[in-house]
Design a binder for this molecule. Structure first.
Ligand code: MG
Length: 167
């Protein structure tokens, strides 16, 4: 008998550089929320590392191609694209396959900026896009203890676990 739940995992990392024109960084956006920071992701799209990891977690849970296969970074139309488009497409496929988000747990790892004061905004924005109550999503901010590229502020990463339930 087929299970009534599916689990998905998403991971993403982006290099952080000074914002253009000083470096190649784009404005810092996380979960669709703009943060004030002197560095930003180097990416073909807007580089929203959390949105990408959430998208891959959902696509993984339903056994669909990953974000890089659906939206190749070689495609000019994806240049600078709002990553909300990726998540909306994953959510559309999830619902079409007969699933809803049960709950989702997210961890963002970076030295700066601090997630804490903006966590609620990020969670509420993602919950809105996915059409679930904010209480079903959880976001944790961690540092990398000044070790390696993430700890030196040269990269940011996101880890996401999602549980899907039958619609
Ligand atoms: Mg990415």
């Amino acid at each position: 008998m087929p299970a009534d739940v599916r689990i998905g995992h998403g991971y993403d990392l982006h290099r952080l550089e000074p914002i253009a024109p000083q470096g190649a960084g784009r404005p810092f956006v996380l979960g669709g929320i703009r943060f004030d920071h002197d560095r930003g992701p180097v990416a073909h799209s807007d580089g929203d590392v959390l949105m990408h990891a959430v998208t891959d977690a959902i696509l993984g849970a339903i056994g669909e191609p990953d974000i890089g296969q659906l939206f190749p970074d070689s495609a000019p139309e994806n240049n600078g694209l709002d990553s909300r488009v990726f998540l909306e497409e994953a959510a559309r496929r999830m619902r079409a396959a007969g699933w809803d988000v049960g709950n989702m747990d997210m961890t963002v790892v970076c030295e700066r900026p601090k997630m804490g004061p903006r966590k609620r905004e990020v969670v509420e924005n993602l919950a809105h896009i996915l059409g679930v109550p904010a209480r079903d999503l959880n976001l944790k901010g961690k540092t990398h203890e000044r070790v390696d590229a993430v700890g030196e502020g040269r990269a940011i990463e996101a880890h996401v676990s999602v549980l899907l339930v039958r619609r």
